[in-house]
Design a protein around this ligand. Structure first.
Ligand code: ADP
Ligand code: MG
Length: 375
């Protein structure tokens, strides 16, 4: 495998001025809590996006990524105000944001290489933007603290790229430490680090299902939460505390279930933190399974494929618990496993799934290569 410096040199004919990397992230627990002012518990992935940059004295971005299987270098005028709808928007977005902060940077030559799946729910987008931001800071010797960098990436992803996402992804990619979980209060952006027990490892398996209506489902869940808040006279479900008020019973049954999920999910975040802090992986695993049941029955964002995967995973030796991860309606499941047995467990779940459904799965974590989960 060539290094990012070698990749850059082969594309641009000279060594880069700076290199950097940033991880992706997995959210252990705290699903659909972020936009309700609640809590999440993500951790950076051991998989990274790397980039190498060289300074230019015009305003052009010349960018190349190993994830794009074309040979061509993308040429972009970074003074152009419009996003073009391609991956370089993430790069131009952070470049412009840094300029806005007074960082002395014009155009750059950029090479990118990543271990992360793109669009796989491990936040390759934030990894890319944070890695580019770090490289530009290294190149210019400008100082911007990591939380500030995450906020710039967040604003740029929302306002320039046009993806409406929360602060969690760039924040974890920017401030996360390997084998540490980051407990984030999504209302105040306060964070606390929590140790991942040495004997634990996470597995992420992609169901391969991408539902076209995922964003409709997401938007309608958000709307239901807003309706609940308006009816109950609070700004966010977070304000209801640990117990739903009696007036909730007057709302329609689906809205009641949504609120029950959010309240109980916030409790589960703290339950997992407490379990991990006392090295009680079985207890943490049970709470992950409860989270899945709540996402399936109360929030109603699961699908049969994810339910099957969770069911098979929890019956596999070395797996403490599992749940769908991400917004739902497709995507991935995450397993909390015994570190020694995580690879074996991942393969076994894939094999069992294939026997039951005939479908091949991709394992992102631990990285087993395309469809290597079956063998
Ligand atoms: P996720 O963040 O879950 O991987 P997103 O849809 O938010 O999914 O981001 C994926 C997009 O980010 C890609 O379609 C691409 O535009 C961009 N991207 C991320 N990593 C890379 C990379 N290594 N090379 C090129 N583009 C990338
Ligand atoms: Mg993303």
């Amino acid at each position: 495998m060539p290094t990012i410096r070698e990749i850059y040199r082969s594309k641009f004919g000279q060594p880069p001025n700076a290199v950097s990397q940033a991880p992706g992230r997995v959210n252990i627990i705290g699903e659909h809590t972020d936009y309700n002012g609640g809590f999440v518990l993500p951790t950076p992935t051991p998989l990274h996006t790397r980039c190498a940059v060289g300074r230019r004295d015009d305003d052009v971005l010349r960018a190349w990524s190993t994830a794009r299987s074309t040979d061509s270098i993308v040429d972009v005028d970074t003074l152009a105000p419009e996003a073009i709808g391609g991956w370089t928007d993430y790069v131009v977005g952070i470049l412009q944001a840094l300029r806005g902060r007074g960082v002395d940077i014009r155009g750059i030559d950029l090479a990118v290489d990543s271990d992360l799946p793109l669009g796989g729910g491990l936040s390759s987008s934030a990894a890319l933007a944070i890695a580019v931001g770090r490289a530009i800071l290294a190149l210019t010797k400008a100082k911007i603290d990591p939380v500030e960098l995450a906020k710039l990436v967040h604003t740029s992803e929302n306002e320039f790229v046009g993806a409406h996402v929360g602060i969690m992804d760039p924040l974890v990619c920017s401030i996360g430490l390997q084998r540490q979980l980051v407990l984030i209060d999504c209302r105040t952006i306060e964070v606390r680090y929590v140790n991942m027990p040495d004997s634990a490892a996470l597995v992420v398996i992609d169901s391969g299902v991408r539902h076209a209506n995922a964003s409709n489902g997401y938007n309608s869940r958000r709307a239901e939460c807003e309706r609940a808040c308006a009816a109950l006279g609070v700004a966010e479900i977070r304000d209801l505390g640990r117990q739903a008020p009696p007036e909730l019973a007057a709302l329609d049954a689906a809205v009641q279930r949504r609120v029950r999920h959010v309240i109980s999910e916030n409790e589960r975040v703290f339950g997992v933190v407490a379990a991990l802090e006392r090295d009680d992986l079985p207890a943490a695993g049970r709470i992950l399974c409860e989270s899945h049941a709540s996402l399936r029955d109360d929030y109603e964002v699961s699908i049969p494929e994810l339910d099957t995967l969770v069911e098979l995973a929890t019956a596999t030796p070395g797996v403490y618990g599992a749940r769908l991860v991400g917004g739902g309606f497709g995507g991935c499941v995450m397993l909390l496993t015994d570190r020694e047995r995580s690879e074996q467990a991942a393969r076994q779940v894939c094999r069992a799934y294939r026997e039951r459904t005939g479908e091949l799965l991709e394992v992102y974590l631990p990285k087993l290569g395309k469809r290597a989960g079956v063998g």
